[in-house]
Write a protein that binds this ligand. Structure first.
Ligand SMILES: [Zn+2]
Length: 301
């Protein structure tokens, strides 16, 4: 009797798998793709509009992108103004797919460590959109994505929720590991310089302050007065190290690091991944790489 029930159960699983095509999920950039793949597994195929290594801030959609969106079952975006191109592109595509704002529910964090300096006048009192840079927020993204997949595919919701649980366990362990590494290295409470404000959430999570000449996006160009004010603030604050970000110019931070005589570390990953065989090919590797690069620079390696 038990065997018959098992046989029936396995038959129905096979039948379900045979008829159900994977959901086609379109995301704006690879970090979201990692999260969707993690929860969706073989129940989804994921297409990222912005490729690995590209700059999501200045991305210019192609005509093919509208076609990709038109065929989507689900569209996942960061929100918080991160993808300036997306609303018009979705409208132009005629897509009727639901759009999930993955950052919904995060506690917003303003960029920069302080509000009093005049170099914060160039419009960056808006919240930092790079909310996925804290592991706690990344889990809110995972939860929103799980809910959306369950809404579209109730039959496999248990499987999605099981993977959501695995992600929570894995990310929580990563958080403990990175906190311990930074504490052991005495890396907390430092002021660090990056090109654009992509690390307000990461900094808040780990007790680091990030300053940036370019505000919230790689698009903006600081004025000479902004730069002079930033240099003064960095001297006052005792900035400890500077870092380029992968995929964007290191010209400004290299110049500021030279003027301040502070080390220029390895590039951090703000919103894109390395190539698949590189050292930051997914979210977990990216977080580990960024923490490792910060520790190495602060220890003068
Ligand atoms: Zn960015």
């Amino acid at each position: 009797m038990k065997q018959i029930a098992l046989l029936a159960a396995s038959l129905s699983v096979c039948a379900g798998a045979a008829v159900a095509d994977p959901l086609h999920v379109v995301v704006t950039f690879p970090v979201l793709g990692d999260f969707v793949q993690r929860v969706g597994g073989d129940g989804v195929t994921v297409t990222s509009l912005v490729g690995a290594g590209a700059d999501a801030h200045v991305y210019e959609p192609t005509p093919a992108d509208a076609g990709v969106l038109a065929r989507a079952d689900l569209i996942v975006v960061n929100g918080l103004g991160f993808e300036g191109f997306i609303d018009r592109l979705i409208a132009a595509s005629g897509s009727a797919a639901p759009v999930v704002v993955a950052s919904e529910g995060v506690t917003l964090q303003e960029a920069g460590g302080h509000d009093d300096h005049d170099h914060h006048d160039h419009g960056d009192d808006a919240p930092d959109p790079h909310a996925f840079q804290s592991i706690d927020n990344a889990l809110i993204y995972i939860d929103n994505i799980t809910q959306a997949l369950c809404g579209l595919d109730a039959e496999n919701c248990d499987t999605y929720q099981a993977r959501q649980g695995e992600a929570h366990a894995e990310f929580a362990a990563l958080n403990v590991e990175l906190h311990a590494a930074l504490t052991k290295a005495g890396a907390q409470d430092h002021v660090l310089l990056v090109p654009h404000n992509a690390f307000a959430y990461f900094g808040a999570a780990y007790g680091l302050t990030f300053e940036a000449p370019q505000g919230l996006s790689t698009e903006s160009e600081p004025s000479a007065a902004d730069l002079a004010a930033l240099l003064r603030a960095l001297r006052d604050e005792g900035a400890a190290a500077a870092f380029p970000v992968s995929g964007a110019s290191d010209r400004l931070v290299a110049r500021l690091a030279a003027e301040l005589s502070i080390p220029l570390g390895a590039p951090l990953y703000a919103e894109n991944f390395s190539a698949a065989d590189g050292h930051a090919a997914d979210f977990i590797a990216m977080q580990r790489h960024n923490v490792g690069a910060i520790i190495a620079a602060l220890q003068g390696e």
